[in-house]
Design a protein around this ligand. Structure first.
Ligand SMILES: [Zn+2]
Length: 350
């Protein structure tokens, strides 16, 4: 918890304690009668920590073409020498030019098969690797690509990888601050950094000839975002970058996850969902009183007060989202509670 959040917690506790203390002095150990109404009805979606025995069906629109189990990956031609490789959970790309191949990300789940995927279209060697960001689930398979390629990343990625000291993620050999244009033969990749959002150093990778934008862990075409806005380092930054992606003039989007590539309609739907989560969490915060309904015996425990308050806010937020969204995004039920908890926290402290 940040110093600011801690101060907030104490202020809030100090403000609430007198009323509840009086209730205790009156000899009642049970919550005030009005407390019942303060609790929203339990959402139909199991809360975090409650087993979900059967998840909602995944809409067909969220799925992509099947992966051949014998190969363990699927290759998708994005045009003019650019390809997406995926195991339908992770996504990476490679770009073929006149003398070699540039690989963008190497997820460990299938990185050992990336050379085979490349061999389907060319016998040229891997000369460059671009890291989208430092997270091991996207680049931890780099060693499986072999050789000693030039590795390009944003300078924050270098800093984080030096700290990680992880031999499966070799350090970048070329770094940049804001922009880097990689020209190889007649092929071009425009790398750009737009500040912190998912993680410091996470970049946009744009292939202008192919009109393909790759930006990882920000947009999940057809799917609910991974928990807590994809474990966002900075939630307001994620909102800003999704909006930026929405307005950019690409034709195909590669998000680093799920089965298929994305369209502008996919980004619009996710942006709409994010806006709805923000509105639902803000409304729930405004409609919920801290400490209301808390057992007076817990009045001196500010963490309990917050736990009770935040749970009630999150439940109201989830209830507000279920009618419109439970069938629009695959796996809505898996992470809706996480999104509401993350959003209410961001609205209170960011
Ligand atoms: Zn990541």
């Amino acid at each position: 918890m940040s110093a600011r959040a801690f101060t907030l917690a104490l202020l809030l506790a100090a403000w609430t304690v007198p009323g509840t203390t009086r209730a205790q002095a009156g000899g009642s150990a049970s919550p005030p009668a009005a407390a019942e109404a303060a609790y929203p009805p339990a959402p139909s979606i199991p809360a975090i920590g409650v087993p979900n025995t059967r998840y909602l069906d995944v809409p067909a629109s969220a799925l992509g073409p099947a992966v051949d189990p014998a190969k363990g990956y699927r290759l998708q031609d994005l045009g003019r020498g650019l390809y997406m490789v995926t195991d339908n959970v992770y996504q990476s790309m490679f770009l073929v030019y006149d003398r070699g191949v540039v690989v963008i990300d190497a997820p460990p789940s299938y990185a050992s098969r990336i050379p085979q995927a490349i061999a389907e279209v060319t016998s040229r060697p891997i000369t460059h690797v671009v890291y989208s960001h430092s997270h091991t689930d996207h680049i931890g398979g780099t060693r499986a690509l072999g050789g000693h390629p030039v590795i390009i990343a944003q300078q924050e990625t270098l800093r984080l990888l030096e700290r990680a000291a992880d031999s499966s993620r070799p350090l970048p050999t070329v770094t940049f601050a804001d922009r880097y244009t990689l020209r190889v033969g007649t092929q071009v990749l425009e790398l750009s950094y737009h500040g912190d959002a998912h993680e410091p150093g996470n970049i946009f990778i744009y292939a202008p000839a192919q009109q393909v934008l790759m930006a990882v862990d920000l947009v999940f075409p057809g799917w609910m975002m991974w928990r807590r806005f994809a474990v966002a380092h900075d939630i307001p930054g994620v909102f800003a970058q999704v909006e930026r992606i929405r307005k950019m003039p690409w034709r195909t989007f590669v998000g680093g996850h799920v089965a298929r590539t994305g369209t502008h309609a996919d980004v619009d739907v996710q942006a709409e969902f994010m806006g709805d989560v923000r509105r639902a969490a803000a409304a729930a915060l405004a409609a919920t009183k801290p400490g209301e309904g808390l057992d007076p015996r817990d009045a001196a425990n500010p963490w309990a007060l917050f736990d009770d308050y935040i749970d009630r806010v999150a439940a109201k937020c989830v209830n507000a989202l279920v009618p419109a969204w439970s069938t629009r995004l695959a796996a809505f039920d898996v992470y809706v509670w996480d999104q509401c908890y993350a959003m209410e926290q961001s609205l209170r402290i960011d």
